[in-house]
Design a protein around this ligand. Structure first.
Ligand code: COA
Length: 162
């Protein structure tokens, strides 16, 4: 059975291996460590199957017009290669969004494939008049307002994103 749960102390190394293997490089795994070390992970979700962590996602605070108003950036999302295309990321994202709602976060942004993220309720951020600092993000920059009214303006990811 697939279990989606929040990260627990001691999960870090296993998460690191999943992120590194999913992306096939160190950048995203290093990013997760940096965020964790800087206390910038607001929500860290793992997917566990038969006692092994096979998926991970992180959410970290973003600023809107330079202010922390309770919005989060979803990134990175990683699933162990052999376990992809079986709904693991979908289950983790649903669970993480439920938690974000319960914990009273105001909204979530993501840089990703619109066809994938639309199914969770994300909309192109430009429809909400939200922009990000990455000039070529285009329709890949998406937003989901958990509370109304939704803000407008410039979204800045945590400095660990470089
Ligand atoms: C992207 C990733 C997290 C998806 O995990 P997953 O468990 O395979 O996803 P799911 O099985 O829940 O969903 C698969 C569906 O989403 C689509 N999808 C998911 N991520 C996608 C992406 N980056 N690009 C295109 N389609 C994607 C698939 O086409 C599939 O669609 P379908 O259900 O209509 O066939 C996984 O492939 C992965 O770890 N990739 C490497 C790391 C990465 O690129 N992360 C995303 C950027 S942060």
């Amino acid at each position: 059975m697939l279990i989606c749960r929040t990260e627990r102390p001691g999960d870090g190394d296993e998460i690191d291996e999943v992120v590194y293997t999913a992306f096939g490089r160190e950048d995203e795994a290093d990013l997760v460590w940096d965020l964790r070390e800087q206390g910038a992970i607001s929500l860290s979700q793992v997917a566990e199957y038969e006692g092994a962590i096979i998926g991970h996602l992180a959410m970290s605070p973003v600023l809107i017009n330079g202010e922390d108003i309770g919005w989060l950036g979803l990134a990175p999302v990683s699933v162990w290669p052999d376990c992809q295309r079986q709904g693991v990321a979908t289950a983790m994202i649903h669970a993480a969004l439920d938690s974000a709602n319960e914990l009273d976060w105001a909204g979530v942004v993501v840089l990703g494939d619109p066809a994938f993220y639309r199914r969770f309720g994300f909309k192109p951020a430009q429809e909400l008049d939200l922009k990000c600092t990455y000039p070529n993000a285009g329709e890949h920059f998406m937003a989901l307002a958990l509370k109304q009214p939704a803000p407008t303006g410039l979204v800045t990811y945590h400095p660990a994103f470089g």
